[in-house]
Design a protein around this ligand. Structure first.
Ligand code: DX5
Ligand code: ZN
Length: 218
């Protein structure tokens, strides 16, 4: 399988949302990365259901939803109804993570778990075979445009070993500060999917930037 690029809509121009969604549709990108923040789990509020509904209406690619909210169980069915294909919850926000993962799958979505930069890979040992995706945060969640944390490479290798050792099929996604400077090393370490917000949308030609990232990764 080829490696995947997931532009983060958080960095799009919300005044021209349909234009930016169409740009992703017509690019070499694989997924739409959708960041939902509640101002409680993270110190920022992004956008919510009505905006996702508008995105889903035009998006023709996989919708990868990253929930940065407390008690995400409350909204699993809502996100399924809004067209999410992958639903990722934070390890740090789930008291009964196993139950949450089963509920996401029962609602017909792929299930992911995100880890904050300080959370070790080892906490996933007993759930890794239940997961479709692990999202490693390479910045502290809450804002786009932050600098990549170098310790991420080590975590990607550790996770890759855990996945191979446990014969899990789960994908490794990296989120935060991804650019053409770190993309190759992340893929070498074992990443399968790279989220990129500012690097794509703040560039002069986002379509070309996506194509460039895609070629670096494959
Ligand atoms: C941060 C979000 C990221 C963010 C990435 O909390 O989870 O998805 O949009 O943005 P960049 O690529 O600008 O770091
Ligand atoms: Zn994200």
């Amino acid at each position: 399988m080829s490696n995947l690029i997931a532009p983060s809509i958080l960095a799009a121009d919300f005044g021209n949302l349909q234009r930016d969604v169409e740009m992703v549709n017509n690019s070499e990108a694989d997924w739409f990365h959708i960041d939902i923040m509640d101002g409680v789990f993270v110190p920022n509020i992004s956008y919510g259901m009505p905006v996702l509904k508008a995105i889903s209406k035009h998006a023709t690619k996989t919708i990868d939803v990253h929930l940065m909210i407390v008690d995400p169980d409350r909204y699993i069915q809502t996100f399924a109804d809004l067209g999410a294909d992958i639903l990722t919850v934070h390890y740090e926000a789930c008291t009964h993570l196993h139950r949450t993962i089963q509920a996401i799958k029962a609602a017909g979505m792929k299930a992911g778990v995100a880890l904050n930069p300080h959370t070790p890979i080892a906490v996933l040992e007993d759930i890794i075979t239940d997961l479709d995706l692990v999202l490693i945060m390479s910045v502290n969640p809450g804002f786009g445009g932050q600098s990549f944390i170098e310790n991420t490479y080590k975590k990607v290798s550790q996770l890759k070993h855990l996945i191979e050792f446990s014969k899990s099929n789960c994908l490794i996604e990296i989120d935060g500060g991804v650019t053409d400077k770190n993309a190759n090393q992340l893929i070498e370490a074992g990443a399968n999917a790279l989220v990129a917000g500012s690097f794509v949308f703040k560039s002069e030609n986002p379509t070309e930037t996506i194509a460039n990232l895609k070629s670096i990764c494959n």
